[in-house]
Every structure is written in structure tokens, then in C-alpha cells.
Design a protein around this ligand. Structure first.
Ligand SMILES: [Fe+2]
Length: 286
């Protein structure tokens, strides 16, 4: 009998898996069961883990080869396949990416071939008055596609959008500025060229259709005026991230959260002060 237990929540994704110890090499049958749950739900939480960096890498490599994060200074010393997500400063330098993902996005949408998914393992979680801070929210893009009107599905069929890292940098800077002083910033040039993706992608494993959008990322949609295109992006984002379908993960040390960039969007909540430590290790699968 299998050790893998699934605790379903009332959302389309974010279900909890218990009964697995990933610090040992789980059997092929257990791995296959876990892989199927990951594919079916898009986001799963494997809780209660105690893994070394080697063990996280070895487990992640059973899915596919790993993708290294391009800003190498944030990768873990001696383990470049692990990206450190942390607000910790050591010797005057941040040890990892501190304010990653504070908007609804899929990872690395600014590349031509975004990675399949990410595995994020919590080593330190900020806690205030007994409650963990720094939740991450997830929303299902396959559920969102399925619940579109047939008119909208037809309209989106085969339609391409232009994604721009330059535009996103400007959008992010203005978000941060309006949170702080209100001073607007103009479009900044980054070294990453614009790229194009279809607004609907077909999941390579499940065959399900998924909406492909990210906040502050799309600058144009083929066959649409700019204002119309921006209004459509807003409408689609609102549809994907409706409160009643969002799973909000409240982290505990030892959680390994796995998400699939085809079938979900995610958003990190930065509600914790710099004085509280947060440290997580991410591996990224192709
Ligand atoms: Fe992310």
C-alpha cells in the first residue's frame, strides 16, 4: 500500500501531500504517484521535510534537468542549481533574491522557453505573534481557461502576445514608487529582449489548455489596439485570480511547495519586516 496521502482543500490547487520523506530516495512507484499529483493539480505542498541541498537537487532532477537562475550571485555557494530566496544580509550583501515575485506571474516569462516548474523549500519562515508571514498565493490557469465563456475561448484561440521585461521593470518601479513616495519612473532599458507567447498554452503533459498571462508583462496583443489589449489583460488576470479560487499558502519550515508554470500563476506577499529572517531554496525544472 502507498504511503502517499493527499489532503484536499476546497480550491483547484494547493493540496497537501503527507507520508513522504524526500531525504531518502523514494521508490519509483512513490515518485510516479507524486508526479501524477503534481501534474493533475499544478500546485502541491509536500510538508514535513528535512532535506539537504544535495537531496533537494537529486529529488528535483528526477523530474528533469535543472535550470540555473541567470543572476548567479543569488545561487547557493557550491550548489549553483539552487536559487536562494531570502531577505537575509550577510557581510553587507544579500544572500538571495529578497523581494521576488510580488505580483501575479509565472516564472521566467521573459525567456523564450520558460521552465516547466519550481520547487521551493522553506528553511526559515518569518513569524510574528505566532503567525507565519510571507504567504504565497496561487491561482489555476487551467481552471481559469475552463471557466471562460466560449466566445472568449474562440477569441483567444491562437492569439499571440508580446511580453516585455523593459515594460515590466518600469511597471514594477512605479508600483514600488506609488507604495512609497509617489514619484513615477520612466521606462528603463534592461538587457532582456521582448518575446512572444500565445495567450493560451497547451500543457505538454496533461493536454489541458492554460491561460498564459503575467501582471505588468504584456505590452501588445496581435490584432488589438493598445488600450483594448491592456483591458483584456486586466480582465483575464482578474478572472484567473478571483478570490474564491485562489489558494493562499501559509508557510511552515519543512514545506516543499511545487508549482507548475503552465497551470498556475503565483504571487508572493511581502508583509514581513526586514528584521525577521526568511530563507528558502528553489530548484527549477525545465
Ligand atoms: Fe516566482
Amino acid at each position: 500500500m502507498s504511503n502517499v496521502n493527499v489532503q484536499l482543500n476546497d480550491r483547484p490547487l494547493g493540496h497537501r501531500i503527507t507520508g513522504l520523506d524526500l531525504s531518502r530516495d523514494i521508490s519509483d512507484a512513490e515518485f510516479d504517484e507524486l508526479r501524477q499529483l503534481y501534474e493533475r493539480y499544478g500546485v502541491i505542498v509536500v510538508s514535513g521535510q528535512d532535506m539537504s541541498p544535495e537531496q533537494q537537487i537529486r529529488f528535483s532532477q528526477r523530474f528533469s534537468e535543472l535550470v540555473r537562475f541567470p543572476m548567479a550571485q543569488f545561487n547557493l555557494a557550491d550548489y549553483p542549481d539552487i536559487l536562494v530566496v531570502s531577505n537575509v544580509i550577510e557581510n553587507g550583501k544579500p544572500i538571495g533574491v529578497g523581494d521576488a515575485g510580488r505580483c501575479w506571474h509565472t516564472d521566467m516569462w521573459y525567456t523564450d522557453a520558460p521552465p516547466r516548474g519550481s520547487l521551493l523549500y522553506a528553511l526559515e519562515v518569518p513569524v510574528e505573534n505566532g503567525r507565519a508571514l510571507g504567504d504565497t498565493m496561487f491561482a489555476s490557469t487551467s481552471h481559469a481557461y475552463d471557466t471562460l465563456s466560449s466566445d472568449m475561448k474562440n477569441f483567444l484561440e491562437g492569439r499571440m502576445a508580446t511580453f516585455s521585461h523593459d515594460y515590466h521593470a518600469e511597471w514594477r518601479a512605479n508600483q514600488t514608487a506609488s507604495e512609497k513616495s509617489g514619484a513615477r519612473k520612466t521606462r528603463s532599458e534592461t538587457s532582456i529582449p521582448d518575446n512572444r507567447h500565445p495567450l493560451v498554452k497547451i500543457h505538454p503533459k496533461t493536454g489541458r489548455k492554460c491561460l498564459y498571462v503575467s501582471e505588468g508583462a504584456i505590452v501588445a496583443i496581435d490584432g488589438m489596439e493598445h488600450a483594448e489589449a491592456m483591458a483584456l489583460v486586466d480582465e483575464l488576470l482578474q478572472h484567473v485570480t478571483r478570490e474564491d479560487v485562489v489558494y493562499r499558502h501559509n508557510w511552515a519550515v519543512g514545506d516543499l511547495l511545487m508549482w507548475d508554470n503552465y497551470s498556475c500563476l503565483h504571487c508572493a506577499i511581502g508583509d514581513f519586516p526586514a528584521s525577521l529572517r526568511r530563507r528558502m531554496y528553489r530548484t527549477t525544472i525545465r
